[in-house]
Design a binder for this molecule. Structure first.
Ligand code: ADP
Ligand code: ZN
Length: 287
């Protein structure tokens, strides 16, 4: 028997099938186009296997409230065709098996917590800094969700005095995502983010924003480990810069692990979302 995983991103879907020990037996990438076309490819892939359950980690915002009529839907995304898409319903219609449903970053947090950089910790937070900024937290052995899922990318932070960019979040302009996501960097510098040299002074501003966010998350959630992923964090030199800013802002007010062990890279090397989905698929059977 197999488990299925769908890591649904705005650019591509990554799907995988694992055996009952969560060893991946096959994995594919499918471009995110219109729901019907993308899902057709997803179903074609899964149809080769006898699946027990499926775990979905989706781009958002999504409805995760089991009491809601729109549970399982992607809600207000600007992505053409996907707004108000009944994702879980569509999959359930094809495969009448248990389906786990959460955000892409919650799945990544869960993957890292169980099998990755936080596997020895009792709690963790995962933040992606890419096309958007989003975070998920594992507290008390489970994914943190309230009335909806967290929206950690849209927190409000202080502007850096040397930053003249107004921000590009369509809702809040200068929230964290509006100031520090990949597209925010690119709009600010009018160039690709990866064109900036390691010693470009902009990276200190980026680190200041991300460190503020991590200080806020620490105060509210007290995670044991914070994992930073996403395209922007491919700039590995950001890690020491963020730790330094974090220390400046935190002023030793709360205890954390040594910062080199507290603010870390993903341990699963890009597979954190998929592994999280597979783990959630397995949990769905063991419930
Ligand atoms: P997504 O968020 O769509 O899942 P990524 O996490 O790869 O995908 O994020 C893509 C964004 O990250 C791009 O908008 C780009 O600005 C930024 N990015 C990608 N690679 C790099 C890099 N090496 N250095 C800095 N920024 C990068
Ligand atoms: Zn915002």
């Amino acid at each position: 028997m197999y488990y299925g995983a769908i890591e649904a991103g705005g650019t591509k879907f990554v799907c995988a099938v694992s055996d009952s020990n969560l060893n991946i037996v096959e994995k594919i990438n499918i471009p995110t186009t219109e729901p019907k076309d993308t899902m057709k490819e997803v179903f074609r892939f899964f149809n080769n296997y006898s699946l027990q359950s499926i775990g979905i980690g989706s781009f958002g915002p999504i409805d995760v409230n089991k009491e809601s009529k729109k549970y399982g839907y992607i809600t207000t995304t600007p992505k053409k065709g996907w707004s108000d898409f009944d994702f879980v319903g569509f999959v359930q219609n094809q495969f009448d098996i248990p389906i786990a449903w959460t955000t892409d970053v919650n799945a990544s947090a869960y993957g890292e917590y169980k099998l990755g950089g936080a596997h020895r910790a009792n709690s963790c937070l995962y933040l992606t800094v890419g096309t958007g900024i989003g975070g998920g937290a594992i507290i008390n052995d489970g994914i943190l969700e309230g009335f909806g899922h967290p929206e950690m990318g849209h927190i409000l932070i202080r502007k850096h005095p040397e930053d003249n960019f107004d921000g590009n979040c369509p809702f809040h302009s200068n929230c964290l995502e509006g100031l520090a996501s990949g597209p925010a960097i690119e709009k600010r510098i009018q160039n690709k983010a990866n064109s900036l040299k390691e010693d470009d002074p902009y990276w200190n501003i980026e680190s200041y924003y991300l460190a503020q966010a991590l200080v806020n998350y620490t105060f509210i959630l007290r995670p044991e480990v914070i994992i930073l992923g996403g395209g922007v964090m491919d700039q590995k030199h950001l890690f020491p810069k963020i730790r330094k800013e974090y220390k400046n802002l935190m002023k030793d007010y709360v205890n954390t692990l040594d910062l080199d062990e507290f603010i870390i890279e993903p341990g699963l090397n890009g597979d954190q979302g998929l592994m999280g989905c597979l783990l959630l698929a397995k949990d769905e059977i063991n419930k």
